[in-house]
Design a protein around this ligand. Structure first.
Ligand SMILES: C[S@@+](CC[C@H](N)C(=O)[O-])C[C@H]1O[C@@H](n2cnc3c(N)ncnc32)[C@H](O)[C@@H]1O
Length: 380
């Protein structure tokens, strides 16, 4: 990558949201998170479970609330969050929790109304705000697996709500613009056609920004996902301009070694059971000197813990994302920025840039883009 490319990428990303007062964004994010935290507290406080002085182990709470086994990790994350935020007491030696703060219905409703306004200010469409709200209202049933979050996110199989999650909001406009600039630079640098492999392309929130922006360049674009549902939707939307294929980031030998000049992975790599193993497979897929572009959340938002994270529960009997890597034993889904940089380096990638910079107001939103390159030398 030419020396000026990282600056150009940063400029293009900033230009994509030039009209936004970024300084106000962390406050709006906190409003979303606050509403979610109160919704968690109300869900756990149902049926007098936390009468004063009564102590519980986490698994007793899970049993009382009939939390489905695959969602029990979410309950554990909630307990940690509520404790960290001072809404729940925890006995450090026994791990028993007690004295959950009682949250009146009116307080939760006020917070939810403010969250609607915050979602709007963060650039989420009304469908997405409605999704956050419905998910908060449905938490007991979501925990029991009586309602699947997919039915809330894709009502009647519609993708509009989810598209707003990954495309229309401020941070994704910023990150997608950065991804576009990186790929344009790669078109100028690499031999034609540029072979782009997108992983976990899903509703195409990044694809929809990248594909038109590369229209004047020779590109062979392989749109992949673990789910046929998204491949069918992608084919309807993008037609013959792209190729389509199933690819599971946790499965070995997913495609031909050295078959991609660029791997683009937006909001998918956190689904890896072992991030180091997944990155090693990407090393094999890429040509020497190939480019890896990763978009990821680097912090856990309470708002996601009451909505999107239900998508990340493994099916019964399957391992949890992160089960065997740096996240093992923590129930954490997302790696921190520092962990990403360390994992990329450990897997043999040379990090080229990551945005937003740690001091930028957008950094409080937690989502980042990383670009890293494989070694230029042929591997033995
Ligand atoms: C959070 S969505 C991101 C969608 C899209 N990249 C975007 O940003 O608009 C995650 C996507 O990863 C896919 N996914 C989940 N586990 C996966 C796996 N093991 N291998 C490949 N894709 C996976 C899901 O089907 C889903 O489409």
């Amino acid at each position: 990558m030419a020396a000026e490319v990282p600056d150009q990428v940063a400029r293009s990303a900033a230009a994509a949201i030039h009209e936004v007062d970024t300084v106000a964004l962390p406050g709006f994010m906190r409003q979303l998170d606050h509403a979610a935290l109160l919704a968690m507290a109300r869900t756990l406080g149902r049926n007098g479970l936390f009468r004063p002085g009564v102590r519980h182990r986490w698994d007793q709470i899970a049993d009382r609330l009939r939390v489905a086994p695959r969602h029990r990790w979410i309950l554990r994350r909630w307990l940690t969050a509520l404790h960290n935020e001072g809404l729940l007491q925890c006995d450090e030696t026994t791990g028993f929790v007690h004295d959950l703060r009682s949250v009146p219905r009116s307080e939760a409703a006020d917070a939810a109304a403010l969250a609607d306004e915050a979602a709007d200010a963060l650039g989420y469409p009304a469908e997405m705000a409605q999704f956050f709200r419905t998910a908060m209202e449905q938490l007991p049933r979501l925990l029991r697996d009586e309602v699947a979050v997919q039915t809330l996110l894709f009502p009647d199989g519609e993708l509009t709500t989810a598209e707003g999650a990954y495309r229309d909001n401020v941070i994704n406009r910023y990150l997608n613009a950065a991804a576009v600039e990186l790929l344009r630079a790669e078109c100028r640098r690499a031999r034609a056609p540029l072979r782009v492999l997108e992983l976990g392309a899903g509703v195409g929130g990044t694809t929809v920004a990248v594909v038109p922006a590369l229209a004047g360049h020779a590109v062979d674009y392989l749109f992949t996902d673990v789910s046929q549902f998204f491949l069918d939707a992608g084919r309807q939307r993008f037609g013959d301009r792209l190729r389509y294929g199933i690819l599971d980031i946790n499965a070995p030998a997913a495609a031909q070694p050295g078959s991609a000049d660029v791997v683009l992975a937006a909001n998918v790599l956190h689904n890896s059971v072992h991030i180091g193993h997944a990155l090693a497979r990407l090393q094999d897929l890429l040509v020497p000197g190939g480019l890896l572009v990763v978009i990821e959340s680097c912090r856990e938002h309470y708002q996601a813990m009451t909505s999107m994270q239900f998508l990340m529960s493994p099916r019964e009997g399957e391992p949890q994302p992160g089960a065997t890597d740096v996240r093992a034993g923590t129930d954490r889904i997302f790696l921190t920025r520092d962990e990403w940089l360390a994992e990329l380096t450990a897997a043999g990638f040379a990090p080229l840039l990551d945005l937003p910079n740690p001091g930028h107001p957008l950094a409080a939103l937690g989502q980042h883009i990383f670009a890293a390159r494989t070694d230029e030398l042929e591997r033995p």
